[in-house]
Design a protein around this ligand. Structure first.
Ligand code: SAH
Length: 396
């Protein structure tokens, strides 16, 4: 293991920030040192007194993470203690009969930035978000194996400079291989999970509470438009909740077969559901021209997307997206607006909603709002880690 680097903090404000548990290492902290992925560091004050220790690892968010405010050894037993605590915290999910997919370890929220572990019915999926944390792969894998009972363990490496997924070999690590697909349950419904088929496995676990709310309170008898629909997870929950009809729109070709697979897995007649492979922005134009309207419109765009025709950035373009959606929502209908963009907060997101309705000269009220579910634990000293923002908006 690398020698621990000592970093002297000079500024009193920064000293109190890290003394009180702030976890992220920012650029100014590492300016004076020789940056090496995976190196352990100690933060000390002007007189050399210990403040915190952690590891260096470049990520979109910063340059490393504090692991502890105690001067303890960072070894297998350190990681094991953190993982065991995280497992214990999710006990109600491990015991659940109707939900068998959830997050077991949520990076800095569980005390190790750059590392997440998800659970899929006995299989574990580790995601590494920096080369720095991947440096500890062997001991973290051992720590996980000693902490849980598993059928198999997979991993994803998402750590080139842009946080892109590295796809150069299988993602399988140990244990038995998962079936393709692996069938998991969420709130009693089924999802098809592919653990070794690229960056994404088929479902975004952080939307569990939102899907349940859509199923239980917003779908019965409604016409539903699910935009940026991916594998159709929201459409499935709406259909199970009694929607009259769902329409799923995504520009990726794979979305058609994946969504169909999900409908069939949940015994829903696909003849009553539309699955459309198209750019959502074109679909809005088409729907407007045809005078279509829906009782429930779901918006869950990527925070940033570049296509041949346009660049979409949630921070810049969400207001316009909302206006397009509101136009094809029936009076007294609901828009579910979701974003995982980390560069603006809930207040700012609400201001986009307000602006969109003002621009259209319409009134609205917010009937429900969601951020990350409990298993996506957030560090109390790093609230910006709670990136998910979902608003249910009633169009008056
Ligand atoms: N709402 C989904 C997740 C969305 S992921 C769920 O809950 O499972 C984002 C999706 O947006 C991807 O499937 C991607 O193919 C799609 N996408 C990105 N830009 C798009 C566009 N302009 N039109 C339609 N789909 C788009």
């Amino acid at each position: 293991m690398n020698k621990t680097i000592s970093i002297k903090l000079k500024n009193q404000k920064i000293i109190s920030l890290y003394s009180s548990g702030y976890p992220l290492i920012t650029k100014d902290i590492i300016d004076s040192i020789d940056f090496k992925e995976g190196s352990l560091f100690k933060l000390v004050n002007g007189s050399g007194k210990f403040i915190a220790k952690g590891f260096l690892g470049k990520q979109n968010k910063g340059f490393g993470w504090v692991l502890s405010n105690r001067d303890e050894r960072i070894d297998k037993s350190f990681f094991k203690t953190r993982i065991e605590k995280a497992v214990k915290y999710r006990e109600w999910l491990f015991n659940s009969k109707d939900t068998t997919a959830f997050r077991v370890f949520n990076a800095e929220g569980d005390g190790i930035g750059g590392l997440t572990i998800d659970y899929y019915d006995g299989y574990y999926l580790i995601t590494w978000y920096s080369i720095g944390i991947y440096y500890y792969k062997d001991i973290i894998l051992e720590a996980l194996k000693e902490s849980v009972e598993y059928r198999g363990i997979y991993h994803k490496r998402r750590f080139d400079t842009k946080g892109q997924y590295i796809d150069d070999s299988s993602d399988y690590l140990v244990g038995t291989k998962a079936p393709k697909p692996l069938i998991v349950k969420e709130s009693g419904n089924r999802f098809a999970i592919y653990l070794d088929d690229g960056a994404m496995v088929g479902v975004f676990l952080d939307q569990r509470d939102v899907r349940k709310r859509i199923m239980q309170r917003y779908s019965k008898g409604k016409t539903v438009l699910n935009t940026f629909s991916y594998t159709g997870a929201f459409s499935i929950f709406a259909a199970v909740g009694g929607a009259k009809k769902t329409t799923s729109v995504d520009l990726a070709n794979r979305s058609r077969s994946k969504t169909k697979e999900h409908f069939e897995l949940n015994n829903i007649d696909t003849n009553c559901q539309d699955i459309i492979v198209e750019d959502v922005f074109n679909y809005f134009k088409y729907a407007n021209k045809k005078g279509l309207s829906f009782d429930l419109v779901i918006l869950d765009p990527p925070s940033f997307a570049r296509s041949k025709k346009r660049v979409f950035s949630a921070a810049k373009d969400y207001t316009k997206l909302l206006e397009d959606a509101v136009k094809i929502t029936s009076k007294n209908g609901t828009i579910v607006a979701s974003t995982n963009a980390a560069n603006f907060n809930m207040d700012r997101f609400k201001s986009f909603v307000d602006k969109a309705f003002k621009n259209l000269n319409l009134k609205y009220s917010i009937t429900d709002s969601f951020s990350l579910p409990k298993d996506f634990k957030v560090d109390k000293n790093f609230k910006e880690g709670n990136y998910l923002k979902v608003l249910f908006i009633h169009k008056k």
